[in-house]
Design a protein around this ligand. Structure first.
Ligand code: FE2
Length: 136
């Protein structure tokens, strides 16, 4: 399963769009590794990538939301915090138990859910709002 970033997800802000594209490409790499039975070997790298990524990416989005007085700022931010918590739990699991099959499944579940529930819905709503703001 390959996951494609599509133009309808564009926020009109290159910085956010490039960060989303980067996440899509990393998710694809992880899925590819899983398909080849090498998911466990990619776990550390993926967790470390996500840790850096969320700090940078969430603050980029949150800065734009603040700057343009986004009405759903709080609920959007809560979702970011939940993802960070989820990632922390996964990291803790990894440190305690190493990269087992269930951890690989959990990571996949977390990122696929993020893609469908957050990027395609919550970030899409933000994208529509920002596009409206900047085109008027
Ligand atoms: Fe977001």
């Amino acid at each position: 399963m390959s996951i494609q970033w599509t133009e309808d997800l564009s926020t009109g802000f290159t910085e956010i769009d490039n960060q989303h594209k980067e996440l899509f490409s990393r998710i694809n790499e992880f899925h590819q590794a899983c398909k080849l039975g090498k998911g466990r070997g990619k776990v550390r790298e993926t967790i470390e990538f996500l840790e850096d990524y969320v700090i940078m990416h969430f603050s980029t989005e949150e800065n734009y939301m603040e700057k343009y007085n986004y009405p759903a700022y709080n609920s959007h931010r809560i979702e970011h915090q939940k993802f960070i918590k989820n990632l922390e739990d996964i990291k803790e699991d990894f440190e305690k138990q190493g990269a087992g099959v269930s951890l690989v499944v959990n990571i996949n579940h977390m990122i696929v859910e993020w893609l469908h529930k957050h990027i395609r819905r919550v970030d899409k709503a933000l994208a529509n709002f920002l596009r409206d703001k900047t085109m008027t």
